[in-house]
Design a protein around this ligand. Structure first.
Ligand code: ZN
Length: 343
């Protein structure tokens, strides 16, 4: 398996100080990939900056120039959660562009699959506004880029970050070419993502939300993947799968209250990898979204890469959360099956 990693030090230049979304997330992850020797098994590609017209696939020209001028003036806050430094516009353009390099490498068949290890993250960013640590919506830009650049008709975006990707959902809510599937803690930031948000017009049914109750863990996530995602994806028949991989659903993450383990993330990756092989020649592109426990982020990225490389041994230095019997999961899944007409 030829697995591509896209990374560059430019991502460290988005300087957020002591914010939870800071450059140490990538510094620690990269040094762990080096230490464990897995980096040598990867095809490492440098990112490029997304072109203005590529950012405009999702964002308004006014918003893009606002972000640029804000950086030129030294940075500052874009929203109550999202801060910029002088280099943040450049880093954010390279974050979007990093995912484009990864997508292009996979679509051209230069590599089998890819992981874009970028920041700032993207899935909360909407067309005209930054939100929740996100400046440009990297994954949404990549989906539109893939549809316009390559001869494909359908893209599946799987978002297992603990937060709902409101920006990504919004970008494709009326677009039947993109199916957005999200598991997320609910109720939680940003407040969207209930199961009855399913798309509009001809895109009805191409938004699939799996709100998850605080405390649910590996079994519930794997259940959601096997019972909802797999049948929905089979029906949709994607030509490419993009994955918004946030690792903040881990039990040790400080922002959220889910109980997924690193082994759980690896098992979810195995499902995605099998699904990709069955449906779209294995075309899978992962990108980093959230995840704020540094050890969890580093080990989870390595676990995903191990699965993509076909390694069966997964290191899970943090282990499992204590077992707690989840309440209401089966009824919840049945309700979502009814909404999406899954037998
Ligand atoms: Zn998140």
């Amino acid at each position: 398996m030829k697995v591509c990693l896209v990374y560059d030090q430019i991502y460290l230049e988005h300087d957020t100080g002591n914010h939870v979304e800071n450059s140490r997330r990538l510094v620690e992850a990269m040094s762990y990939l080096r230490e464990t020797g897995i980096e040598e098994k990867l095809t490492c590609l440098p990112p490029r900056s997304a072109l203005l017209e590529e950012l405009e696939l999702v964002h308004t020209p006014e918003y893009i120039s606002y972000v640029k001028s804000k950086a030129e003036k030294g940075g500052g806050w874009l929203d109550p959660d999202t801060v910029m430094s002088p280099k943040s516009y450049e880093a954010a353009s390279y974050a979007a562009g990093g995912l484009l390099v990864a997508t292009e490498a996979v679509m051209k068949g230069d590599v089998d699959n890819a992981f874009a290890l970028v920041r700032p993250p993207g899935h909360h960013a909407v067309s005209n506004r930054a939100m929740g640590f996100c400046i440009f919506n990297n994954v949404a830009i990549a989906a539109k880029f893939a549809l316009s650049r390559f001869n494909i008709n359908r893209v599946l975006i799987v978002d297992f970050d603990v937060h709902h990707g409101n920006g990504t959902q919004g970008a494709f809510y009326g677009d039947p070419r993109v199916l957005y599937f999200s598991t997320h803690q609910y109720p939680f930031y940003p407040g969207t993502g209930w199961m009855d948000e399913t798309g509009i017009g001809e895109a009805e049914g191409t938004t699939v939300n799996l709100p998850m109750s605080a405390g649910w863990g590996d079994d519930e996530y794997l259940g959601a993947f096997n019972e909802i995602l797999v049948p929905v994806a089979r029906k949709f028949r994607p030509d490419l799968i993009l994955v918004s991989a946030g690792f903040d659903a881990h039990w040790a993450d400080q922002l959220a209250m889910m109980r997924v383990s690193i082994t759980g993330f690896a098992q979810m990756t195995t499902i995605l990898s099998k699904m990709g092989a069955e449906l779209c020649q294995g075309r899978l592109v992962f990108t980093l979204e959230g995840g704020y426990n540094l050890q969890v982020v580093a080990s989870s990225i390595k676990a995903v890469l191990d699965v993509l490389l076909g390694n069966s041994e997964i290191d899970d230095p943090l282990g499992q959360a204590e077992v707690r019997k989840p309440e209401g999961f089966d009824e919840h899944i049945e309700a979502i099956k009814r909404i999406h007409q899954i037998q």
